[in-house]
Ligand binder design. Structure first.
Ligand code: FE2
Length: 319
């Protein structure tokens, strides 16, 4: 028999989502840090899977695709390797992994910026960590009606060459009308000021409209003005805009979860230290909103993964 409601389904298994205080903090600040979210065992399993993936991917057949999030980062957006990565596990290099002549100057395991974008389906350890009743309960508490996992990534932030990420809003890359993206960002290693932890413009999601979105364009991609809603539905929009945002660092221990609102401005500095900063992140959008064909990331033939359905199946199977 079908459960009476999503709440019944997840609460029946004793899974807790967010407390009232956590919900209030997320709504006010646009992000929420939850220390100790993953067990040390699960954190170690995901780190081990990451190292296996880095060790085993074939360099010989790789098109040496680089990755950046700046609007000026040029022609690599057009690279099919990136565009077709939505239902694959692909490897994107740090820009500084190459010298001026274009030669790779780091071992491949120390040269990858990120791995994406279908780990949540194709990698068993990442799948198991994504489709949990706990994550489903959090999505429910954030107000999702039909949460869909549309992409996942491991971001390595490699020692010495980990790239800076300019201030951005995740919904730029994962646009629904109205915006609905939320990032689940999980540290697999300690993230510190030294190795390029995230920092957040607290509360900026209430005052920063989503002005651009990444779309497929002329056989590649480009940024386009947002022609739909620029804030989530029924959202408390503040009219005053900060001249210059102040960023608060979010140093976290391995195993911490950080929830990030899709309209929130956040950034990270370069990692010039000797310590890497490997994290796992996946994003949810609400399947009840329009996701159009202009978006760079298009759904696999099965559609974007349903978090509620998949989590309940995992529970039933005793996974
Ligand atoms: Fe981001």
């Amino acid at each position: 028999m079908a459960p009476a409601s999503i709440s019944d389904l997840f609460d029946a298994h004793g899974q807790t989502g967010l407390s009232a205080t956590q919900k209030a903090t997320f709504e006010q600040d646009g992000y929420l840090i939850m220390p100790g979210f993953l067990s040390p065992t699960t954190t170690a399993a995901l780190l081990s899977e990451t190292h296996t993936l880095l060790r085993e991917f074939p360099l010989e057949s790789h098109p040496l695709t680089k990755f950046g999030t700046g609007e000026d980062s040029g022609t690599h957006w057009a690279d099919n390797y990136f565009l077709e990565s939505g239902d694959k596990i692909r490897f994107f290099f740090e820009e500084d992994a190459f010298n001026a002549s274009g030669d790779l100057v780091k071992p491949k395991e120390r040269a990858i910026n990120k791995i994406g974008h279908y780990l949540h389906e194709l990698s068993p350890p990442f799948r198991k960590a994504t489709f949990t009743n706990q994550n489903a309960s959090i999505a429910r508490d954030l107000g999702f009606k039909d949460p869909r996992v549309l992409q996942s990534m491991v971001i390595c932030k490699q020692p010495e060459i980990g790239g800076k990420v300019n201030p951005h809003q995740d919904s730029t890359f994962l646009y629904t009308n109205p915006p609905s993206a939320v990032g689940f960002w999980i540290a697999l290693e300690d993230a510190t000021l030294e190795n390029g932890c995230l920092s957040f413009a607290k509360g900026s999601h209430h005052r920063t409209p989503l002005k651009s979105r990444l779309i497929r364009k002329d056989g590649g991609t480009g940024f386009s003005d947002t022609d739909g809603a620029r804030f989530p539905e029924n959202f408390d929009v503040q009219s005053e805009v900060a001249d210059e945002e102040e960023y608060t660092p979010g140093e976290v221990k391995a195993g911490s979860l950080v929830l990030i609102h899709g309209n929130l401005l956040h950034q990270s500095e370069k990692n010039l230290s000797q310590k890497g900063r490997i994290i796992y992140t996946f994003h949810l959008i609400d399947g009840c909103y329009e996701y159009d064909q202009r978006n760079w990331l298009q759904p696999p033939k099965e559609g974007f993964s349903q978090l509620y359905r998949a989590a309940s199946i995992a529970q039933t199977a005793g996974d």
